[in-house]
Design a protein around this ligand. Structure first.
Ligand code: IPM
Ligand code: MG
Length: 363
């Protein structure tokens, strides 16, 4: 029996290309793992009305962790039209599989390290090394939305100003949800000797929800006196990050703000070809590149697999295979520094698999 059982979920679009690349490096590292393929993606939405079938979730529960590529998503109107004719009009509604996995498996940490590897021509500034902790289960992602205001909502004070045809989305922030993500950020800072944690919010406008988040953040911060703590509004934070990324270290924030700011941070270290994620809960985790499925590049082996390979590095760390993780990161850094093998986004013409093989050769 292999030491690890890993749910292998390429998804669709370039998800297949980049996970194939990740397997090249994992195989070269001889990770003692069994990779169990799972049905997931747009094709299962079209055939079954569910892009993340229950059998896949059941299979994941029997594994140590999962590795995920990417999945195409479309608005409900378009999604409905692509359903098998016998399923149309039956009330199937499309929900993002990755968001569902995060919620169903309580993967409350979305960890997104953004490091500028020396020699990457796409670095915004050399030396950037930021880590984003995004709350991954609540906030604006709870999926409670209405296309029009339900009549009974007018019982609530303040709603009289809102026209009936307004669409409404809810944002839920709990003290427990806030505390555990902030604590995860501080624990990480302590473990990796990071100097500062910055909590990002919009407390001047979202006066209730972000008051809860910030109260939890201040309470947890007080338990880590050796680590500096500050906070910023999301808008100002975006500006300051660009102005002086070296003022920041670990960033912790709520779900939607974390979604936004992690793309900004990824862009500062080379763009979506470099953004990697770990969705981490108490006993389970799903690793993935931050980017989407880019259907127009699907199957062309054109896109940069480094984001996915760095996600594999995160998985190795999480499994406790820290030597292999460090080797893999060293190999990625060496290939970037040499600059001989570059994918199109980096100004070269190496394919997805050329890049993976170049990294594997350094292992
Ligand atoms: C991400 C993505 C997802 C999100 C999408 C695909 C639903 O943008 O992981 O950042 O919004 O969380
Ligand atoms: Mg995103």
């Amino acid at each position: 029996m292999a030491k690890y059982r890993i749910a292998w979920l390429p998804g669709d679009g370039i998800g297949k290309d980049v996970t194939e690349a990740a397997r090249i490096v994992l195989d070269r590292l001889a990770l003692d793992a069994e990779y169990i393929p799972g049905d997931i993606g747009w094709e299962f939405w079209c055939k079954e009305g569910d892009a993340l079938p229950q059998r896949t979730l059941d299979m994941m529960k029997e594994t140590d962790c999962a590795f995920f590529g990417a999945i195409t998503s479309k608005g409900q109107d378009k999604a409905e039209k692509e359903l098998a004719p016998e399923l149309q009009g039956k009330g199937y509604s499309y929900r993002s599989p990755i968001v569902r996995m995060r919620q169903l498996l309580d993967l409350y940490i979305c960890l997104r390290p953004c490091k500028a590897y020396p020699g990457n021509p796409l670095n915004y500034k050399d030396g950037i090394d930021l880590v984003v902790f995004r709350e991954n289960t609540e906030g604006m992602y709870i999926g409670v939305e209405y296309p029009r205001v339900p009549e009974e909502f007018y019982a609530v004070k303040g709603m009289e100003k809102i026209p009936r045809h307004a669409a409404i989305s809810f944002r839920a922030i709990t003290p427990e949800g806030s505390e555990r993500i902030v604590r995860a950020a501080f624990e990480y800072a302590r473990k990796y000797n990071r100097k500062k944690v910055t909590a990002v919010h919009k407390a001047n406008v979202l006066r209730q929800t972000d008051a809860v988040f910030m109260e939890a953040a201040r309470k947890v911060a007080a338990e880590y006196p050796e680590i500096a703590f500050d906070d910023a509004n999301i808008d100002a934070m975006c500006m300051w990050l660009l102005k002086n990324p070296f003022n920041y270290d670990v960033i912790v924030t709520t779900n939607l703000f974390g979604d936004i700011i992690s793309d900004l941070c990824a862009q500062m270290v080379g763009g979506m070809g470099f953004g990697c994620s770990g969705n981490i809960g108490r006993n389970y985790a799903v690793f993935e590149p931050t980017h989407g499925s880019a259907p127009k590049y699907a199957g062309q082996y054109k896109v940069n697999p480094i984001a996915t390979i760095l996600a594999a590095k995160m998985m190795l760390d999480w499994l406790g295979e820290t030597d292999k993780a460090a080797q893999l990161e060293g190999a990625v850094a060496a290939v970037i520094a040499e600059g001989k093998v570059r994918t199109y986004d980096m100004g070269g013409n190496a394919s997805t698999l050329d890049m993976a093989r170049a990294i594997a050769e350094k292992l």
